[in-house]
Each structure stands twice: as C-alpha cells, then as structure tokens.
Write a protein that binds this ligand. Sequence first.
Ligand code: 4AD
Ligand code: MG
Length: 430
Amino acid sequence: MHHVYIEDIADYDGQEVTIKGWLYNKRSSGKVQFHIIRDGTGIIQGVIAPNAIGQELYQKCDRLPQESSVILSGRVRADERAPGGYELDVTQYEIIHEADEYPITPKEHGTAFLMDHRHLWLRSSKQQAIIRVRSEVVKACRDFYDERGFVLVDAPIFTPAACEGTSTLFETEYFDTKAYLTQSGQLYMEAGAMAFGKVYCFGPTFRAEKSKTRRHLTEFWMIEPEVAYLDLEGDMRLAEEMIVYIVQRVLERRHKELKTMERDTAPLEKVVPPFPRIRYDEAVAQLVKDGLDVKWGDDFGGDEETVLSQQFDKPLIVHRFPKAIKAFYMKTDPEDGRLALGMDVLAPEGYGEIVGGGQREDDLKVLGDKIEQHHLPVEAFQWYLDLRRYGTVPHSGFGLGVERTVAWICGIPHIRETVPFPRLMHRLYP
Ligand code: 4AD
Ligand code: MG
C-alpha cells in the first residue's frame, strides 16, 4: 500500500494508505483501541477493531509501550473531532519494535531530566514545533541574502586569534601550536566583502561563557552579513529588513507550529519597518529615568536590555556606544571620538539583544593601534590589516544570533530549547 506522511493525509481521504511511525499514545474503549501515531510530520488516530487485525495481535497492541515503532495501513476517514481532522480505520498493524518503557511519560518532568533525555525529548510536539521554526528561520536568513545577490563565504572554525575579546575564548591544541574556536566569522567576512562586495556566513560560533543566563550558550549559530561601501545607517536598515523578512516568513509558513506553542502572534505581526532607533546616550537617560543604576560608560546587561526593549512593541536599535565597551574593530564615530559606530538590535517582549554589529575601522594606523591597545597579538592580525593596506573602504556588517531570534519568535523563556542539542557551561551531554 502507498506510504504517506501524516502531513499529507488530507490528499488521501477515503483511500487506503500506509503510515510509518511511532506509537504516541493509546486508549481503549473495550471494544476498540485508539492508537495515536506520530511520524514526525503530524499525528493521526488509528481505530483498531479486534476482527480487523486478529485477536492475538489485538491483545499485543493493547500492551504496546509508548514510542514502539509501528507500520499501519487502513482507510483514511475525515472526522472533525480527530486531532488532525482525519482518522485511520486500521486494516493492518505491524509492530517493528516493541519499545522499552519510555522514560518521558506524559507527566510533568523537570528541565534537568528533560535535558538529560534531549535525544528523546525532541520527539515531543512542542520541541518539534520549536525546531521546525528554527529550520524556517535559518532558511529565511539564507533566502534573504541569496535573493539579494550576497555570496555565501564560509568562515573557518579553527582560528589563530580572538574576535570578540579574549575572556570567552575556547583554546584547543593544534599540532604544535594553539588554536581557538571561532567566536565570530566577521573578520573573514570582511576579507570576503573586499573580494565579492557583499557576503554572508552562517555557522556555529563558540564562547566560553561562564555566565549561566537564559540567553547564553557556549555554542550557538550566527548569520553574519558583511558589505563593502555600507555605512552604519545602511547596516541598521539591512538588519531591520532582514528581521522583518524572517518574522513574516515564520508567520506565513509556521502558523501551525506557533499555535502548538500557544504563541500569541499579535506582537509578531507588529514587526514592520521602521524600527525605533536610539543612541546609547538616550538609552542611558531612559534607564536612569526608569530607576536603574546605570551611568554613561556602562555596558548593558540582560536587565537593561529587557527594560529598554519593553518600551517599544517593535525591535529597538541602539547605536553609537562608548568605544571602551566595544570590540577593537569598531570604527570611531567621526563626530564624537568617545563613541564607536556600533549598533545592537534588541528584540521586543523583553528578549534583549539579537543582533550586534556596526561599521568597521577602515584606517590601517588606527586599527593597528587598537589591536595593540586591546593587547591582541598583532602578528595574528597581519592578514586582517592587509585588508586596510590594499584598497580599504568603509564597510559594515552584523551578526544575528539564531537561538535568541528563535526564542523570541517562539516566545520561550530560555534559549536552550531553541537548539537541538544545547551546549552550556554545565551541559555537554547528550
Ligand atoms: O554581539 P556579538 O558578540 O557580535 C559579534 O560577534 C560580531 N562579530 C558580529 C558581526 O558583526 N559580524 O554577537 C552577535 C549576536 C548577539 O547579538 C546574539 O544574538 C548572539 O550573537 N550571541 C549569542 N547567542 C547565544 N549565546 C551566546 N553566548 C551569544 N553571544 C552572542
Ligand atoms: Mg553584542
């Protein structure tokens, strides 16, 4: 019989089909059994009568543990009361594997337990919805740049030096020398932008984050565009356009998943241009007004970001930070030497920073001095300085953190559920 995926079941009303999946749940009325089957694309209820499959198999089915793998065939019948709108009147039932007693029973479990069983937890409907949204977000990012003529330039994972400060570097042996896991593909994207004009990379990045917050992973994925001849204002527009594109895409194509997660989509529908833009100075004034203990020159943490982003119902762009709190590569504001031409995008609903970026320092001398001031090994940056020796131009880019973006879009409090197998300070298993 014809194998179909449950998500396509509506095309087969009245026909005989085969479903290959796992037993999700079951109940019995005495006369018949109802087995809820999942196959990764959806769930469907199979109605099983003893005379349809034989008494012996019927008894076996009655004792079958959750998550046993099964193949069943039967006729598709529309039923308004059924979870997916259809039921299957089962004519054949094949048990592929009788599972051990499944540890994730429908009762409530703590996060530590669920995270220890992440490889199984991924089978639950909410986790599937999150990972499907993630998959859509990644696709949307790629489509956004591909449609605009950007070239995908993959950045290396092993690197000779720090990009985002030495305090969060993962060091690893590399034959007879040391290497570091990349914190950001940015520096390589700058080389790419000088070669191709506009480029992006998408890959895993690593930070030895000792902070245990709901926004930090040690391994996370970033999408990083970089554009030659783009200034800070253009960079902010690009980030705005991209975020709108991603949110619209998820609203269009992942409505079902958002519903599974009980995500209120009204706040997401408000994500349209223009986003509010405020300078760092204004942000500090606002925070002080809200009673936070912040002074000019402080970096914002999660609390400050939450307070700022809650003032608006769209993503908020904060720009022109004190250069002392920003990375060595940021260009100094020509209008105020205390400031760097950086920008962050803070997601609404208290989600905090999802994008960091800005205009890059393009002057050889200034950049060389900054590398020294930041106590970075200048030899390891000679290739990067070459980009300022051979045809330097104003250029900008940013990085969007995939997990934080997915957490916001899904409306879930902790980013550990937005990645299939999260890596945190105290989690390396499974
Ligand atoms: O602001 P960050 O550190 O910027 C950079 O790495 C730039 N070099 C990017 C660029 O301009 N090409 O990181 C960018 C984004 C943050 O806004 C956040 O979304 C995410 O990456 N991020 C993290 N996500 C999860 N866990 C962490 N530990 C993260 N650190 C940053
Ligand atoms: Mg940042």
